[in-house]
Design a protein around this ligand. Structure first.
Ligand code: 5AD
Length: 352
């Protein structure tokens, strides 16, 4: 049985300005019939706007060094027990080559906010673009406009920077020496430079409420991101949030589904965090409207050191395992670049 109020909320959030109360109603669903209905609706929206496919992105975690102090992250600078590494450009190129040889058309370079020079990262991007015909996504945190400009000029295509939260006080409680305004400014710079911009949040971070999540989804809907990553919070033992409970899998899936219905076009990963709970929930993520899988191409010896949370599952995947995931979710695996599907993307003028 699906309540009429649920059906109504579902049809209303497809409009340009979803109401907070409707988003909250849907995020809070727990009845199996109603959650199945919500998730199935999200899949239908995904299939209409993004086609019945899963994009694959090769993830390379290029450095675990970080000067930021996010309360939830195992790589924050106050964690003296974290092991720190930085891959050389040659090592990254080797991983990129492996990904390209397996047919991947996107590499995602992710790291903490580290001490590498802007120039050496620009060189790395240029080298990758020169050697392989693939898209480069960056996920390197907050940087000055000039850095984003240098990396765009070097050939970077996309940038992922999760907003983490649009609630200013909550944001400040998680990032003691940072502010929401800086993060918004970074996202504005990335857009202005013509990056395909991605954002996202964690679900279940202590202090977050259904209402906070609903407002974040309104932000996604108003700002139209090419990519949105949503995963459960997983407590890391060497952080101030060590003793807090982790994010609830069902609320995470509902958040993916509601975001999909409200925003329609973004590439949304079934995140690594979703695959790192007591079991692998990525399949459920795909069944709730996600459409990206990011196999991990970080060299084996570094994988365990990139510990943003414990028990992180850095699956490499094989063509067969990807095919299997696709078949089970009724989706084709798309090895193409899978660029932004936002309607305005084609009319956006990238920086020269
Ligand atoms: N649990 C889940 N996700 C986390 N992230 C960082 N720390 C954790 C954690 N403990 C997420 C953040 C960040 C992304 C790279 O990983 O949202 O933006």
């Amino acid at each position: 049985m699906i309540r009429a109020s649920v059906r109504d909320a579902l049809s209303r959030i497809q409009s340009a300005f979803p109401r907070r109360e409707d988003l909250e109603t849907l995020l809070s669903l727990s009845d199996p019939d109603e959650t199945s209905y919500l998730h199935a609706k999200a899949c239908a929206v995904r299939n209409t706007y993004c086609q019945e496919r899963i994009a694959v992105r090769a993830l390379i975690e290029i450095s675990s060094v970080c000067k930021n102090s996010c309360n939830y992250c195992g790589l924050n600078r106050y964690n003296g027990e974290a092991s720190r590494y930085t891959m050389s450009n040659n090592e990254v190129l080797k991983s990129g080559k492996l990904a390209a040889s397996q047919g991947f058309m996107t590499v995602v370079l992710q790291s903490g906010e580290n001490g590498r020079t802007t120039e050496s990262i620009a060189q790395l991007i240029a080298q990758i673009k020169q050697e392989f015909p693939i898209a480069v996504s960056l996920s390197l945190g907050e940087h000055p406009y000039e850095d984003y400009l240098a990396w765009k000029r070097a050939g970077a295509d996309r940038y992922l920077l999760r907003i983490e939260s649009t609630d200013e006080d909550f944001y400040r409680s998680l990032h003691t020496d940072r502010s929401l305004s800086t993060r918004l400014e970074c996202l504005a710079h990335l857009r202005r430079l013509g990056y395909q911009a991605g954002s996202g949040i964690m679900v279940g971070v202590p202090g977050q409420s259904i209402s906070t999540i609903a407002r974040d989804i309104q932000f996604f809907s108003e700002n139209q991101f090419a990519m949105i990553g949503i995963g459960p919070f997983i407590p890391h033992p060497q952080t101030p949030l060590a003793k807090c409970p982790g994010g609830d899998p069902l609320l995470t899936l509902n958040t993916i589904a509601v975001t999909r219905i409200a925003t329609k076009y973004p590439w949304m990963p079934a995140t690594t965090a979703l695959g790192s709970l007591n079991r692998d929930y990525r399949m459920e993520g795909l069944m709730a409207g996600a459409n990206v899988i990011m196999p991990n191409f970080t060299p084996q010896r570094y994988k365990s050191q990139y510990a943003i949370y414990p028990n992180k599952q850095s699956r490499a995947e094989t063509p067969e395992s990807l095919e299997h995931l696709g078949k089970s979710a009724n989706l084709a695996i798309d090895y193409g670049r899978c660029d932004s599907l936002l309607p305005e993307w084609n009319t956006c003028t990238p920086i020269a």
